[in-house]
Design a binder for this molecule. Structure first.
Ligand SMILES: [Zn+2]
Length: 198
């Protein structure tokens, strides 16, 4: 049996995705062996991320302060908005260096089975942004069933509300059923340049 403080750390680590009991135990023992400084830095980084990271008031990307780095960057084209499901999807797109517009993070994908309805996503905020001088909306939701459902829903709503705005979807070639997060830069970059009107 482990000493209670160690057991508590194992329990907390085991709550993380992809971390089973055995890995949690290994990590806990590693932290126990590490210097007091390194362990404190880890604890502080975890606390900081909860205290300092907020959602951008414009695009709902992660931000430190009211606006994210992309929205603060005047060189980014404000007339193109790339719609993604999660803030984590911005990172692989940025890595491709193919995209110089802004983002809009929905905060999930439509999934009636799981009870995720349009009003649970940042859709109303997207429609408001699009009405203010946007020329293209790129739907970069995941190539999954819920991602496709979301893209279709948003495309239909945009055609109705803002008929002058071009709505595009990333070209196929992305691994079906996978997340954008796991797509490699070259494939994702190609999907961007080959995007099509929907
Ligand atoms: Zn932003």
């Amino acid at each position: 049996m482990l000493a209670p403080p160690l057991q508590r750390l194992v329990g907390e680590l085991a709550k993380l995705p992809g971390i089973g009991q055995r890995t949690a135990q290994r990590l806990a023992f590693h932290i126990l062996r590490t210097s007091g400084e390194d362990a404190a830095a880890l604890a502080e980084a975890i606390r900081d991320v909860k205290e300092k990271i907020t959602l951008c008031e414009v695009c709902f990307n992660l931000a430190e302060g009211p606006r994210c780095q992309v929205c603060l960057d005047e060189r980014r084209d404000a007339e193109i908005i790339c719609v993604v499901e999660e803030a984590g999807d911005v990172i692989p797109i940025e890595r491709t260096h193919e995209y110089r517009g802004r983002y809009h993070v929905l905060g999930g994908a439509l999934s009636p089975i799981d009870g995720v309805e349009p009003e649970d996503l940042k859709l109303a905020q997207l429609y408001t942004r699009v009405e203010n001088g946007v020329r293209e909306v790129i739907l970069a939701t995941n190539p999954t069933t819920t991602g496709e459902t979301t893209a279709l829903h948003v495309a239909a709503a945009l055609h109705q509300r803002a008929p002058d705005v071009t709505v595009t979807r990333l070209a196929s070639g992305l691994p079906v059923g996978g997340d954008l997060e796991y797509a490699d830069e070259v494939t994702l970059g190609r999907a961007f340049t080959g995007r099509r009107a929907v």
